[in-house]
Ligand binder design. Structure first.
Ligand code: PLP
Length: 388
């Protein structure tokens, strides 16, 4: 018996990320334009770095509050008040190691062995991965791509609910499709949660990357305080801080102690000096964020125009997030295509199948990069498509 056979099945079965497989293959290619992962090419702005450095210089290198330093939790409450127009209190917020730890804690708290966790596919793979590691069974429900873009057929979600369903993961605007739930869809999902006692893990991390001039509709617009909704969020995308690994949860204040305990037994908290940078992002970062959104919109419009011009690419223009999820006429196997595009076009894309079977036949491109790169990538892709 090998060592690996002695590990828990949930750990052994944790799937390899299909995005990483292509990225590992192409990472070192000279001149490659990497559009496979969900981040911009912009390093964290100086005003955020400076705040973290001040914390470090002041000796903030000790153990700290499990749920986050009080000043950051106050900033989070203010940030939510600005963007959601409601009152929030600092004890609704818990600081986590990126959005990913928030997701892990939310699942740990709601589903385990014998339970089912619904998610909408194509989906960012980490939700199903984390649910599986927690011992729960991830249950995909396919989104549909119609003439007016992606939508969620609520009857399909209803049909997937069983007595074992403990949690539904709702990511809107969505990675990878850009699907953005309208308020009616959010109401139907909330109604389902109320009727079946199912938790919702609301991943609205791209809520501000929404291109009609307003943030995306949110469960916060329609929920009551006692609804079973756990929000997961992150500093990664809004303020170019993917490598910092700082995020947050928003919960009901009555859950504060429980989540602090879960943090204690996983990471025991987030480095205090990093939290100083996070405060600067929230309190001084609105202009930076607005500029990021403007740039992402310009890149979206450019890539959509250039790929549509080939006459062989099919997609729904994403109303939110910063990914284009597209099909190329004649292309079937997305993994094979993604490897070939590394070799022949020197562009890094994520294969659609990495987002579940509902994503096979698609490729995902992150357009949140400077325009010149997006334009060059589009030209290289157009050339590759021309030779198919
Ligand atoms: C939908 C979604 N949720 C959560 C995350 C996690 O973000 P973080 O980098 O903070 O762990 C990502 C990152 O790509 C994402 O796309």
């Amino acid at each position: 018996m090998s060592l690996i056979d002695n590990l828990r099945g949930e750990a052994r079965r944790a799937p390899v990320s299909g995005i990483e497989a292509v990225a590992n293959y192409g990472r070192d290619r000279k001149g490659l334009i990497p559009l496979w992962s969900g981040e911009s090419d912009r390093a964290t702005p100086d005003f955020i770095n400076a705040a973290a450095k001040r914390g470090l210089d002041a000796g903030e290198t000790f153990y700290t509050w499990q749920g986050g330093i009080p000043e950051l939790r106050q900033s989070l409450a203010r940030y939510h008040e600005r963007h959601f127009g409601l009152k929030f209190s600092p004890d609704e917020f818990l600081v986590t190691i990126g959005g990913m730890q928030a997701i892990v804690l939310a699942i740990e708290a709601t589903a385990g062995a014998g339970d089912e966790a619904i998610y909408l596919e194509p989906a960012w793979p980490n939700f199903a991965g984390a649910a599986g590691v927690a011992g729960a069974t991830p249950v995909p429900v396919a989104l549909t791509e119609g003439a007016n873009g992606w939508y969620c057929d609520i009857d399909r979600v209803k049909a997937a609910v069983t007595p074992r369903t403990k949690v539904m993961f709702v990511n809107t605007p969505a990675n990878p499709t850009g699907w953005t739930a309208d308020i009616e869809t959010l109401k139907s999902l909330l109604d389902l949660s109320r009727r079946h006692g199912t938790w919702i893990i609301a991943d609205e991390i791209y809520a501000l990357f929404h291109y009609n001039g307003q943030r995306a509709p949110s469960f916060m617009d329609i929920m009551e305080p006692e609804d079973r909704i756990l929000f997961v969020n992150t500093f990664s995308k809004n303020w170019a801080m993917t490598g910092w690994r700082v995020g947050w949860m928003k919960t009901h204040p009555s859950l504060e102690r429980t989540f602090e305990n879960l943090i204690q037994y996983s990471s025991s908290g987030v480095a205090q000096f990093l939290q100083r940078g996070a405060i600067a992002a929230l309190d001084e970062g609105d202009d930076f964020l607005a500029a990021q959104i403007t740039q992402a919109k310009a890149s979206r419009d450019l890539i959509c125009r250039k790929l549509a011009d080939t006459g062989r690419v099919r997609f729904s223009v994403p109303p939110g997030a910063f990914y284009l999820f597209f099909k190329v006429d004649g292309m079937k196997d997305s993994t094979k295509a993604a490897f070939e595009i590394v070799d022949k076009a020197l562009v890094g894309l994520a294969p659609g199948v990495a987002f579940g079977q509902a994503g096979e036949g698609y490729l995902r491109l992150c357009f949140h990069r400077k325009l010149e790169d997006v334009e060059e990538a589009a030209d290289r892709l157009a050339k590759w498509i021309g030779k198919l």
